[in-house]
Design a protein around this ligand. Structure first.
Ligand SMILES: [Zn+2]
Length: 385
């Protein structure tokens, strides 16, 4: 089905009750427990803080695909997109997607590899280890669990599902990287073997579909090799591995729009695997996807008078969980010339005097409680849904 058609029809299969950036693990597990019987739900093990970690497996086909989301606990967008994908399969009536998936694929998904990180809204696990730097050392129960599942399941394809920060542009242009991909390197020389080539070809195909709905908003990560990163490790072990990164879209800090583009990526990734159409892609097109650049701030205030001089002021939100609610705290990143940068929100101060927290003279990295131009206070705070 065409991308725009899927977007138009999104509400029919969106798992509406699970939304925002800070998700309820209990609601996710409840959703999984209520899936039809052809989804095999299994407890694969437990986290540092003894939370159950679940996988679901479905389909009876020869193409084996392993996915895992939220190995970084505060990266929830892909979890939402996977839920929508499951719901799409459950409710699918008029697309032969469901039947093809069940006939040609066996899919295993670890939904939320790092439930402790989800609950605390942290990237790291409860022992403060970044699980994506623990692939070779295997010091954490969550890393060991993922490895065990990989070894038992022996996937041909692996989808490594993440979120990226709002700072990324797709290339050197005023376009946020709403979705970014990487076919990780499997060795220091970053060679392209048969395994990695397949991952690159699937990325090219997914990018082509995404360009029809978010032109210019797909980026590519650089491929420096690190065997401690799980994607590099799995690519090295022979599974065609793709890194998916959910990024920023317009003012969508809850990433309810981005979840749709991750859904489309997953949907078309599977379609391409089922049909093998991706094999027609020329890998020289992989390098044509623009590389991610760090060219965005959340807010740039242009032409503000700071200490008697007209300057630009760059601000970035810091996400903060307080009493079970997520807040975005604006933090000053710099005062100067930000001509080369872009912002998700730009304010023209028209030479008015800027005060932060009531003072004209402020330190870098100040958390912004209050901001004013010529004593007129305006709000840049964000609240969660
Ligand atoms: Zn991540």
């Amino acid at each position: 089905m065409e991308a725009q058609q899927l977007l138009n029809n999104y509400s029919a299969f969106k798992v509406e009750e699970i939304k925002g950036r800070y998700l309820s693990y209990e609601m996710i597990v409840d959703y999984l427990k209520n899936l039809p019987a052809y989804f095999n739900l299994k407890i694969e093990g437990t986290s540092v803080l003894s939370e159950n970690i679940y996988s679901i497996e479905f389909g009876n086909g020869p193409k084996k695909i392993l996915m895992w989301s939220q190995m970084h606990g505060n990266e929830s967008t892909t979890t939402k997109a996977v839920l929508d994908l499951l719901e799409y399969i459950v409710t699918d009536q008029n697309d032969d997607f469901k039947n093809s998936v069940l006939e040609f694929c066996t899919i295993k998904i670890i939904l939320v590899l790092n439930p402790d990180g989800l609950k605390n809204y942290t990237r790291v696990n409860a022992k403060e280890v970044d699980l994506n730097r623990d692939s070779s050392n295997q010091t954490q129960p969550e890393s060991q669990l993922l490895r065990k599942v990989f070894d038992e399941f022996q996937p041909e394809y692996a989808f490594n599902l993440h979120d990226q920060r709002t700072i990324f542009s797709a290339g050197k242009q005023n376009k946020p990287a709403t979705v970014s991909f990487l076919a990780p390197a499997y060795n220091e020389a970053r060679e392209v073997n048969k395994v990695r080539k397949k991952a690159m070809q699937i990325i090219i195909a997914m990018n082509n579909y995404l360009q029809t709905v978010i032109p210019g908003q797909v980026g590519r990560y650089d491929d420096s090799f690190n065997i401690n990163c799980v994607g590099d490790y799995f690519q090295n072990r022979g599974a065609s591995t793709i890194l998916f990164e959910a990024g920023h879209f317009a003012n969508d800090y809850d990433r309810e729009e981005t979840r749709k583009y991750i859904f489309l990526s997953l949907y078309y990734g599977l379609v391409e695997i089922i049909t093998s159409d991706y094999k027609n892609q020329n890998i020289s097109d992989y390098d044509k996807i623009p590389e991610n650049e760090k060219l965005f701030y959340d807010i740039i205030i242009k032409n503000a008078e700071v200490n008697g001089v007209i300057k630009d002021v760059a601000i970035q939100y810091e996400e903060n969980l307080r009493s079970n609610r997520l807040h975005w705290i604006p933090k000053l990143q710099g005062v100067g010339d930000f001509e080369e940068f872009f912002a998700h929100n730009t304010v023209n101060a028209k030479n008015k005097i800027l005060r932060i927290n009531g003072v004209k003279n402020f330190e870098n990295e100040t958390y912004i409680e209050e901001i004013s131009l010529n004593n007129e206070i305006f709000s840049i705070k964000l609240t969660n849904s």
